[in-house]
Design a binder for this molecule. Structure first.
Ligand code: FUC
Length: 785
């Protein structure tokens, strides 16, 4: 049965849209108390016994993991600028001298010799980058609370407040904790149901050998140290105020006796100013923060926190129905998901990803690293740094589509920094203009190739990050951003590749190299992924130049070069070739599927526009299989969504939940790595709304470059059978649209589209299309039948 879509409401800019009404409704509610129970709550009937069971809180810069112990409550905390090392330039001066030789060895089929030469002469100095660090721990000791009953521990995503409650000695105790972005502190309230029964000792410790505590005044204790000699200094202040009772500060602890309630505020700071300067005074930074919050009290702090957080979080609502399993504690529910569909858990997981992005990435903070900003180890896995051959980018996949555009900003700051350091690397390693970033960076913004030549020499990290600059512009239409930040970095990255690409002696095509297809097949010339990313960079840079009315000749040059880059090829197994040569191993089930970049996050391979290549890409994914780490499965959700196969996307999501998720819903690579959470959230959005395609004239015309033409909004493109009824409100689409969708029995019943920029769009639902000319602020309602 065909469905008709027709505009039921024409543009009425004076008429408030339901989307706008929802926003004001959210604002009205923003001061309400924390809800006791909701589908947006992670909850448990016992304290965390391991770090990966504790509940994460964060304000973008400070992060905490709340264990919820009864007699020993533990908060492990982080600050996002605490790293090993100090300002340092990593480029290997003189490396460029060896570039022609490395390339020639590769052209001659001497890979081992090329890798050896590169390992000796071409790598970062030093060979490895630095590590993100834990900061400290706060323990609240309640020695008499040995028998806690009626225990509950929860994290409410709607308020970003974690809560622990239990009964002991005839008193109900309740602790609430949150990380406030506006006030820059972690706030903790401890209450007892009877007066005078709150008695505990707060202790501060840190895994750093240099750390010590110091009394600041009658209510405040400091924890301070330095990561390494000449390294980053750190300090945190813990302030305790009580209602009733007595507070005394000792050398390493604060005692609260017989109070009605206690309010703890924790500030933390380091000496890091920027990647070139670590001369700040952490003590002064903490003191400033503490002074500003001194008189606010718990209610004042909570009110400011809710107003700030809910303004972001409540922009998007997702309802996939309720399930029986939804009545269970989160850890028990996770155990069931493999055998019993739980769409409501998918909705919770989706919102948890949005929560984590708000908690780990705010304007002015560091971007989310491999663990967001949560880390308890001095030597975390992969140093908890920024791996840019998938992981860092995946962290930001949900930012625009899930209506958290501001949370994208820290990534743009990182790009600005890497464009500076990467300029030096481009010169030292390639004798090239522009900037280059290899497969990792750290807080010192290293851009040179690290670890080993077989995978460290991968040249398109910066180019991939530039895709995010263009995406930000496509979603927001922010020309000022494009002019001042997006285009300059894109242009310089494109300049690098305009210098770097070489002619393949066999085909005469332009190819990238030396480089590699991440973690597959070692150092090579011409990996498919590189070419997809460079084509994307060239196309987007040329489109940006056109949008800004600048650099016409340069843009034309990029267009010319783009057409000469080695194309995607279909190999003998019907697969999309990972390399120039047809040498893919169909039995390879490795987690990396890099040559499918052009399917997602790129868009040069689409089911409707390039169907043969798309079939080959799908074949490649089928060969790789459904296994993998958390991030790998998350990427596969997005691939299958782009292949318009909702059931397979949901299979990947379910397997990620069942096999790659810790009890606290954080991604289990394993070990914990946050990218899978963000990739999963983006994947769920991708199943419900896609907007990567642009058509030029009629709906039947082939998909062209997304730089110009009419944006296609694909509604419910990959809805799984088990999500038959539901709604989503507040997703964003490229071209500047806010979208709400409602469906029943797997059929779209209503779509509401708010045009933010006044662009036209083509709305597609199944095989039905409708062209919509919009005005800025216009609201359009479409009924599906
Ligand atoms: C690469 C991946 C791993 C992990 C690490 C940070 O080594 O293959 O799975 O994500 O980066």
């Amino acid at each position: 049965m065909k469905r008709t879509l027709k505009p039921a409401l024409k543009c009425q800019s004076c008429r408030p849209s339901p989307v706008a009404l929802l926003t004001s409704f959210a604002l009205i509610l923003s001061c309400a108390a924390v809800r006791a129970d909701s589908p947006l709550t992670l909850w448990y009937t016992h304290p965390a016994t391991k770090w990966v069971e504790a509940l994460p809180i964060g304000n973008g810069r400070l992060g905490g993991m709340v264990f919820g112990g009864v007699a020993d409550e533990h908060l492990q905390f982080n600050e996002d600028t605490l790293w090993t090392g100090q300002p340092h330039e990593y480029q290997h001066e003189g490396a460029a001298k060896y570039l022609p030789q490395i390339r020639q060895l590769l052209f001659d089929g001497k890979q081992k010799e090329a890798e050896d030469l590169a390992m000796n002469e071409f790598m970062s100095v030093p060979l490895h980058q630095k590590a993100y660090q834990p900061f400290g721990d706060v323990h609240l000791l309640f020695p008499s609370h040995t028998n806690g009953t009626n225990y509950r521990r929860e994290l409410d995503l709607d308020s970003a407040v974690a809560k622990v409650s239990y009964e002991a000695d005839g008193v109900t105790y309740e602790r609430q904790i949150f990380a406030s972005h506006p006030d820059e502190v972690i706030v903790w309230q401890i209450r007892g149901s009877k007066p005078g029964r709150v008695t505990f000792t707060a202790k501060m410790t840190s895994p750093h050998a240099s750390a010590r505590t110091a009394i600041r005044d009658n209510n405040e204790l400091a924890l301070l140290g330095q990561v390494e000699q000449d390294g980053v200094k750190f300090e945190s202040h813990l302030h305790v105020a009580s209602k009733g009772g007595k507070v005394t500060v000792h050398d390493d602890s604060i005692m609260v006796e017989n109070a009605d309630s206690a309010l703890l505020t924790l500030a933390a700071a380091t000496s890091f100013k920027n990647y070139k300067d670590i001369s700040a005074e952490p003590a002064a930074r903490c003191a400033t923060v503490m002074k500003a919050v001194a008189k606010k009290g718990f209610d004042g702090l909570l009110k400011a926190h809710l107003a700030d957080y809910q303004k972001l979080f409540r922009r998007v609502q997702l309802d996939l129905g309720s399930t029986e399993a939804g009545k269970l504690p989160t850890d028990q529910r996770l155990k069931k998901v493999a055998g019993e569909p739980d769409p409501q858990l998918a909705a919770l997981y989706f919102q948890f990803g949005r929560y984590l992005l708000i908690a780990s990435s705010r304007p002015g903070t560091q971007p989310a690293n491999l663990q967001g900003l949560w880390n308890d180890q001095l030597k975390p896995p992969w140093d908890s740094k920024y791996t840019v051959n998938i992981n860092t980018e995946m962290n930001y996949w949900p930012a625009e589509v899930c209506n958290l555009s501001e949370c994208h900003e820290p990534l743009f700051d990182l790009i600005d920094d890497c464009a500076e350091t990467g300029h030096k690397t481009a010169q030292a390693h390639y004798g090239a203009r522009g900037w280059v970033l290899h497969h990792n960076t750290d807080i010192w913004r290293g851009t040179a190739p690290i670890n080993a030549s077989n995978h460290g020499i991968w040249v398109v990290g910066g180019a991939w990050l530039c895709h995010h600059l263009w995406e930000h512009y496509l979603f927001t239409g922010d020309k000022e951003f494009l002019r001042k930040r997006g285009y300059p970095a894109m242009k310089e990255a494109a300049l690098f590749f305009a210098n770097f690409l070489v002619e393949d002696p066999k085909t005469g095509r332009l190819i990238s190299g030396p480089s590699n297809s991440p973690e597959q097949g070692g150092l090579v010339m011409g990996p498919t992924m590189d070419h997809q990313i460079i084509r994307d960079l060239f196309a987007n840079t040329a489109a940006a130049a056109a949008a800004l009315g600048v650099d016409q000749e340069f843009a034309a040059h990029l267009d010319e070069m783009r057409k000469r880059i080695a194309p995607n090829q279909i190999g003998k197994h019907g697969q999309l070739q990972e390399w120039l040569e047809d040498k893919d191993d169909p039995a390879n089930t490795h987690r990396h599927c890099s040559h499918l970049w052009g399917v997602y996050p790129g868009w040069e391979i689409t089911p409707r526009g390039t169907s043969e290549l798309c079939a080959a890409a799908k074949q490649s994914l089928l060969f790789r299989g459904d296994g993998g780490t958390g991030w790998s499965k998350a990427w596969k959700i997005n691939f299958w969504a782009r292949f318009l196969d909702g059931d397979h996307a949901n299979k990947m999501l379910t397997e990620a939940l069942a096999g790659n998720t810790f009890p606290n819903l954080l991604d289990a690579h394993p070990p914990f790595q946050i990218d899978g959470n963000f990739g999963g959230t983006a994947g769920i959005a991708e199943m419900l709304l896609q907007s990567q395609e642009v058509t030029v004239q009629s709906p039947k015309s082939k998909v062209q470059s997304p730089a110009a033409g009419v944006r296609v909004l694909d509604l419910l493109p990959a809805l799984p059978k088990t999500w038959a009824n539901g709604s989503v409100v507040g997703l964003h689409a490229r071209g500047g649209f806010e979208v709400a969708l409602f469906w029943k029995d797997a059929k779209l019943t209503r779509a509401e589209i708010r045009s933010l920029l006044g662009n036209s769009c083509l709305v597609r639902s199944g095989d039905q299309v409708l062209e919509l000319a919009t005005k800025p602020g216009g609201f359009y309602r479409i009924d599906g039948r």
